[in-house]
Design a protein around this ligand. Sequence first.
Ligand code: GUN
Length: 283
Amino acid sequence: MSAKIIDGKALAQSVRTGLKEKVEQFKLSSRAPGLTVILVGDNPASQVYVRNKIKACSDVGITSKLEKLPAETSEAELLALLEKLNADDSVDGILVQLPLPRHINEQEVIETIRADKDVDGFHVANVGSVVTGIGGFRSCTPYGVIKMLESVDYPLTGAHALVIGRSNIVGKPMAIMLLEKNATVTVAHSKTKNLKELALQADVIVAAVGKEKVVTADMVKPGAAVIDVGMNRNAEGKLCGDVDTEEVAKVAGYISPVPGGVGPMTIAMLLSNTVEAYERRLQ
Ligand code: GUN
């Protein structure tokens, strides 16, 4: 058996095309949606992510602004900038790229962003709204994973989903979103003792650990859907995920590649949240 590829790049492109049409309409009657991205310091991976986000905005017609701050920026300076952007009516979405330098309290920063401009979906008000099912912005990566599973009509109701990883950005919101789709959800993490046993029972595996080959072919039930959220460099410096894709593809029913899987969908969902923030503000 050979798994069907869930092509996140193609799916992201179709989401972006839909958003672009919407934004063109907005511009006829009003203005374009606006996103401000803040990058503190010079983490090389963050620089790449931010560049991709800014480029994606311009492709769909969202007005974006990059605020590049030096690594020595104090927490007070960053919070003051956020208060200014919170009050700026031309700014619909605010994103502070993580991680931040160690002297800055990330949670404090996230909570300072107005919840209705928090297009990352990290603010407690958004997390709480998603958990209770009353709306709120969804964290972009898990939201993108749900869209990927839906794009192949994967039946999530009653499915056993295993989420590997429990970060606030991916693992925890992923579990909530799968639960919302009526899956039976297990969350595994670094202290989990019987990962292989749990994985073999899973119809859906979402790997979000940040370590190469956490999911190998002997852990996957034939026909399962395996979504790879990992973004790592292997010994040869090549980009790879958390899944041994080549071998797992021989067993799984569906698999998402790295690169070209979850990554482009994370950005597409950020654009989608930004357009939603704009629509809510202008309503
Ligand atoms: N760092 C890694 N992923 C993300 C993300 O989705 N949003 C932000 N703001 N920072 C990140």
